[in-house]
Design a protein around this ligand. Sequence first.
Ligand code: CMC
Length: 376
Amino acid sequence: MPELIPGLAGVPAAESAVSFIDGQKGLLAYRGHPIQVLAERSTFQEVAWLLLYGTLPKRAEFDGFREQLGTRREIPERMYDVIRALPGNGHPMDALQACMASLGMFSRHTDFRDASTADEAITRILAAMPVMVAAFDRIRGGEDVVPPRPELDTAANFLWMLTGEEPDELAARVLDVALILHADHTMNASTFAARVVASTEADPYTVVSSAIGALTGPLHGGANERVLDQLRDIGEAESVEAWVDGQVAAKKKIMGFGHRVYKVKDPRADILQGLAIDLFEKLGRTPLYDTAVTLEDEVVKRLGDKGIHPNVDFYSGIVYSKLQIPIDLFTPVFAMARTAGWLAHWREQMVDNKIFRPAQVYAGVHDAEYVPIDER
Ligand code: CMC
């Protein structure tokens, strides 16, 4: 009987060249490029290409990709009917999952092994994600959908579609960097879900909608909105110490801390913290930031030895709320970015596919007696 490893911790599930983490050194790289360099010098659209196709794009490749990401924001008109039919008080992640599955139903292609069909699906999916998130938010608020603008980058167009206002340059750049930081992260739960579904040769719309479902949970992408709730519950920085003592004594998880792979501070948390500070210089300081910094100090003081440090979700909520993004859209924004990684893993899985079919350790009974219903 093979040994059971709960959560497959440390068990390789696939060979991948998409991203790399050294959890002891706090290092993350996409296709060999350190995340800090990409955050400083690249854009989300360029990073999406890098993840998908393995190298930085040449000028002509990038221009064509960018143009398609712009024009493919025009989703089928009936998709807006789908969005209008969804309950406006439901969670936007559920809406997004339903929308992605629906979008797949409008796709005419079945042979995604054909390279141009696959490429077309990739740009349709990447382009549609922010459009569907923004449209859901406008429609649930009783507002008209703001038509997409093909000339804008992904982040700027998303802010435009959310508000109908010309996006601020700093706000658009900060969101673009946040998308870069969330675009891939090795074999996390949603990427593993994407690869499992991909291994059945399901279409990429189904792959992405399944991954959206996996990202929703509070132990994964759903942690980011809970971090802000947690900071609001704590309130002032002075209340942090007693709050952390209470959580630790009750053995309760603190949202935005801990990671299966990182045993030091997540490098993405450092960059997001820097982005928050950039935003404060222009837009004023968020009082909850002081609570967050004190929380980091107090948690690391008590749990740092166990490798518990801030993860990517810890500072992202402060950044997004400064950008006026509603709290329940934080995880959909994560999904918009991670779609690039999910699709890169879908492509990779398709190259030398073997369906995932792991074993189990059976813990049930054998030879159970069937007793007729009235004799039980
Ligand atoms: N607060 C307090 N204690 C923690 C935390 C935390 N956030 N995370 C882990 N621990 C403790 C845990 O109680 C356990 O202690 P003990 O050995 O005494 O029982 C030990 O550390 C190992 O924890 P685990 O839950 O077995 O570790 P894991 O690798 O299975 O889980 C994790 C990783 C991210 C699910 C976990 O750290 C966690 O639940 N964090 C809070 C939720 C969160 O912030 N999630 C976002 C993750 S990063 C972005 C993403 O993936 O979307």
